[in-house]
Design a protein around this ligand. Structure first.
Ligand SMILES: [Zn+2]
Length: 312
């Protein structure tokens, strides 16, 4: 189970990967072999990548406080199959490069993939130098039970790679052995060579700002888009309760819109879902108009949720 810390941090990635990991554990899906995390909070991107690695390698029930050897290793950055790759990590013998991720590192990765592994291997790419963080800069690490680090975690830039490194990486990224995942941490995929981007799943890991937040309604609507009629009525009842308690109908519906907008950003690779979300956003806008025309909350929200359950 992904630590619920990330549910608040990155609600969509949390949702997506929670579902995916369940399927992976039942051998119904493979875990993606190449992923880009976009966004400004690189330290938390890193922790999220490690959390995914932890769950895929845990030998127990993957609870957040698990102290199996794999979880322990990962939380102290000493797991033999979980690799940092940066200007100062994963350097081989005779690699003098200090300011870039070098071709030799790409070759070293390729060689390491020739050896078999009992683990789910991770290569986490980021930009780094030696650095001692102030204590309060690593609160997130401490809260999650991770050891302190003596290196910085910064987003990949175009110049982080030696110009010929990305091409040297392509083969490994394209045809890795089973149970191997490459993760690239960056502000924007624009900073990574297009030939690599095109082989990756891209996730925006943006933290939500409080004032735009749909956090209050997230627990109510988190099953979206999997909503049947029963669920639709339950959601409608809960939303109406929330409206009675403190929020007006328009605010609630706008929060729902915010949620769907974010979902679209996250699912730009899934056209079916994209169509459904677009339709449901249209329905929500209709509901807002009805509410402004003084239709009762019960009618407006019941109708909306049943429309969403029914689909088009
Ligand atoms: Zn464990």
């Amino acid at each position: 189970m992904i630590n619920e810390y990330f549910m608040e941090k990155f609600p969509f990635a949390y949702n997506y990967f929670s579902t995916l990991l369940e399927l992976v554990k039942k051998n119904k899906r493979h875990f993606p072999q190449a992923i880009i995390f976009e966004g400004t909070d690189t330290k938390n991107q890193y922790l999220f990548a490690l959390e995914l690695a932890r769950i895929l390698n845990c030998k127990n029930d993957d609870q957040k406080n698990c102290d199996c050897i794999n979880c322990k290793w990962i939380k102290s950055y000493s797991h033999p199959a979980i690799n940092n790759v940066s200007q100062i990590h994963f350097k081989g013998d005779g690699d003098e490069s200090k300011t870039v991720i070098s071709v030799k590192q790409a070759k070293k990765i390729e060689q390491s993939l020739n050896l078999s592994s009992d683990y789910h291997r991770f290569f986490i790419f980021f930009s780094s130098d030696e650095k001692k963080y102030e204590n309060d800069e690593l609160n997130d690490f401490k809260n999650l039970g991770y050891k302190e680090i003596d290196y910085s975690i910064k987003p990949l830039e175009y110049s982080t790679f030696h110009p010929t490194t990305p091409n040297a990486l392509l083969k490994s990224i394209e045809e890795p052995p089973l149970n191997t995942t490459f993760i690239f941490l960056t502000k924007s995929k624009e900073n990574i060579l297009q030939t690599i981007v095109s082989r990756c799943l891209v996730f925006k890991l943006n933290s939500k700002k409080q004032n735009l937040s749909y956090r209050e309604i997230y627990p109510i609507i988190c099953d979206y888009p999997k909503i049947n009629y029963l669920k639709a009525i339950e959601i409608s009842d809960n939303l109406q309760k929330l409206i009675k308690e403190n929020l007006n109908t328009e605010i609630i519906l706008n929060k729902f819109l915010e949620f769907l907008k974010e979902l679209i950003i996250q699912n730009n690779f899934n056209t079916e879902l994209y169509k459904k979300i677009k339709n449901d956003m249209y329905s929500i806008n209709t509901a807002i108009k009805q509410s402004n025309a003084n239709l009762s909350d019960k009618i407006v929200i019941d109708t909306l949720m049943l429309k969403i359950a029914r689909g088009y």
